[in-house]
Design a protein around this ligand. Sequence first.
Ligand code: MLT
Length: 316
Amino acid sequence: MAARVLLTDRVAPRAAEVLAEMGVDAEQRDDLDRAALLDIIGGYDGLVVRSSTRVDAELLGAAHRLRIVGRAGIGVDNIDLQASRARDVAVCNTPGGNANAVAELAVGMMLSLVRHIPLATVSMHEGEWRKKELKGRELRGQTLGVVGLGAVGRRVSELGRAMGMTVLASDPFISTDDAAKVGAILTPLDQLVRNANVLTVHVPLVPATRNLVDRAVLASLPAGALVLNLARGGIVDEDALLEAIDSGRVAGAAIDVWPDEPPPKDHPLRTHPRVLATPHIAASTHEAQVAVAVQAAEQVGAFLVRGERRHIVNGV
Ligand code: MLT
């Protein structure tokens, strides 16, 4: 009997085709509410999700046949890794598939901040001509501090170098030689922070990275630095960031990710004039969504059909 895989969260349709080509019975259901999902999940050997479906102990408890969950994306915060391990359900993600999309948005954020593009646009819409006030800065010659040199951090480093920035990177799992391959100079975090005109984080949210960018880090940045968080809400301490922006120490920030999504409408960083706030769109490009969906489908299919294990993140 063919293995059965359920795809939710509007995973790109190509994923179902890839699974079908592997002889897997794939069913895309973007219409399911939680109760309906709990009702039918017991009939599937595999599940492919993006970030909306909560794969928690309750869901896993109802998923009697489930052997693998594929996350079309990197962050696995919507999946209970311990509960899945306890039930012998493998979890895989798709590192790299959306790295370029995230990195390009990081560059867009940097350029928007230093050249005031959003404000310039809004002022034009409002009939103003604020040429004199909108003098910007250039990125060339500035120092970019990249925290985390995984697929996204590496691509951000390459793009930073291409714009003539000095790129410092901190990552305990990467060698100096490996960092150099993407033009980054491996640097201890405290030293990186003291020198970064632009600080960008590209690490997962785990206990060790929660509030990694805290008051002390923000106070160590050069005056007028910019801070980017396109990784996960909670890595940058929001209260501390707000204080640092209001005090003028940090000139501006770009925040794409929030501890609670969506953040409240009156969230002070969401509405702050010196913050570019976006609704978790870093990986939302057509190309990236197809890439992560296809990668997740290939990995889930290979696991179910041939027992192949790629990018398993929960030790099963
Ligand atoms: C990821 O974790 O891959 C990105 O943040 C995008 C997403 O959440 O889907």
